[in-house]
Design a protein around this ligand. Structure first.
Ligand SMILES: NC(=O)c1ccc[n+]([C@@H]2O[C@H](COP(=O)([O-])OP(=O)(O)OC[C@H]3O[C@@H](n4cnc5c(N)ncnc54)[C@H](OP(=O)(O)O)[C@@H]3O)[C@@H](O)[C@H]2O)c1
Length: 92
């Protein structure tokens, strides 16, 4: 009989520990940390126009370093010039 009580208690403790572990592992989903792009290096494929350029501008405004990838060099250089207006520090 004491063995059965011990087994039930151990199972209860194991369930509580498993529940706490699950809550701990899921906590980043509930309170996600904001992503800091300051000083990060972001590579944007298709960064010379459209959605890619908008993403590049937003990353640059948040202090990221950028590498833009596209085929047309002229459009890439135009995008670079436009994006550089959104610089937030001297290092960019
Ligand atoms: N805009 C929308 O509302 C929308 C909606 C749904 C899906 N999409 C999709 O999202 C993507 C981007 O849309 P967008 O409106 O931003 O288009 P976009 O203004 O035409 O921009 C496309 C970018 O990708 C580059 N690119 C194209 N082919 C490439 C290749 N083979 N290698 C490297 N770079 C390449 C282009 O530069 P180069 O031509 O110089 O290489 C340009 O920088 C497209 O696939 C589009 O179909 C867009």
């Amino acid at each position: 009989m004491p063995g059965a009580v011990l087994l039930v208690a151990a199972t209860g403790v194991a369930l509580v520990v498993a529940l706490l572990l699950l809550l701990y592992l899921m906590s980043p989903l509930d309170h996600p940390k904001p992503l800091s792009l300051s000083g990060a290096h972001v590579v944007v494929t298709g960064g010379s126009s459209g959605i890619g350029k908008s993403i590049a501008i937003e990353c640059f405004r948040q202090g990221a370093f950028l590498t833009l990838i596209a085929r047309n060099e002229k459009r890439l250089l135009e995008a670079k010039k436009e994006i550089e207006k959104f610089s937030v520090n001297d290092k960019q």
